[in-house]
Design a protein around this ligand. Structure first.
Ligand SMILES: C[S@@+](CC[C@H](N)C(=O)[O-])C[C@H]1O[C@@H](n2cnc3c(N)ncnc32)[C@H](O)[C@@H]1O
Length: 272
């Protein structure tokens, strides 16, 4: 598989991305547990998307800390800003900013986090070096990336179903999304960027649906596969749906569709 970046257009799907948040929540909770943020601290959330896990962190500490969320897609940032405003958090800010060029002074943050962002950066190592720069000495980074290709089950199904039906530049972004999932890759990248005391572990969690139809509705309405869907005729799309329904069948348990996924969670520190 060659490396072609066919990420969703985050600006265009921003309004609907929230449909996925309940399914990603276990990873956010695990990251916040590992972050161990304290009252009064200043925290950075990189690739904060529509506001998670930054919003959950501010709720956990009832607003007694400062959180800066940044994301490269302005559409995602606007959704996050609206939520912060609606909930009345004045010390939670979201800005449009690529990880590779963080507009913050060095040694500014006590801790940083990034859920499902690093592997999508244009330059993952440069982004990590920037996070290192803006952390205080001894500051902690917690990060989640997707595991190996077959463990990002739903995207893997899409990869299997689309691989012989679409050109390379329209394939689902499995390669990039799982590019840091193999053992040792994330740890190596963190260490090369200058982090120390890296602890990396695999984290299993599940997407739960009442039926395959409910899962497929989410895929359709969230627009996450828009590029792929738009490139197929309705007849071929029906074939793809049936193929993916076949893969899902093995995960039906007593009228529930329970789809396993795996993330890689890393904790690392800026040297003192
Ligand atoms: C899968 S979403 C995750 C969003 C959020 N962290 C969450 O877990 O709900 C990936 C996000 O990474 C952002 N992203 C991709 N490349 C980026 C970069 N170089 N710098 C900052 N954000 C980036 C995208 O705009 C998108 O919002």
């Amino acid at each position: 598989m060659r490396h072609v970046d066919t990420q969703p257009d985050w600006d265009k799907i921003a309004e609907k991305f929230d449909l996925w948040l309940p399914y990603l929540a276990p990873v956010g909770e695990a990251l916040l547990d590992a972050l161990e943020a304290r009252r009064g601290e200043v925290i950075l959330d990189v690739a904060a998307g529509t506001g998670e896990p930054a919003l959950s962190l501010v709720r956990r500490l009832r607003g007694n800390l400062v959180v800066e969320g940044v994301d490269a897609a302005n559409g995602m940032v606007k959704v996050a800003q609206a939520k912060a405003k609606q909930e009345g958090w004045t010390n939670l800010r979201f800005s449009c900013m690529p990880a590779e060029r963080l507009d913050f002074p060095a040694h500014h943050f006590d801790r940083a986090m990034c859920r499902f962002g690093v592997m999508l950066f244009d330059h993952p190592q440069k982004g990590l070096e920037e996070i290192l720069r803006v952390l205080k000495p001894g500051g902690r980074l917690v990060s989640a990336v997707w595991g190996p290709p077959a463990s990002m089950t739903t995207l893997y199904w899409a990869h299997l179903a689309f691989r012989d039906r679409l050109p390379e530049d329209k394939q689902p972004p499995l390669v990039k999304a799982t590019s840091l999932g193999a053992p040792g890759i994330l740890q190596g990248l963190l260490e090369t960027a200058g982090f120390t005391r890296c602890i990396v572990q695999y984290f299993d969690f599940h997407y739960r649906f009442s039926s395959f139809a409910e899962y497929w509705r989410l895929v359709e309405t969230s627009g996450i596969m828009k590029m792929q869907f738009d490139a197929l005729t309705p007849a071929l799309l029906t074939v793809v749906r049936e193929e993916i329904a076949g893969y899902a069948q093995a995960h039906m348990h007593e009228e529930q569709l329970i789809i396993p996924h795996q993330a890689v969670l890393a904790t690392a520190y800026k040297p003192v």
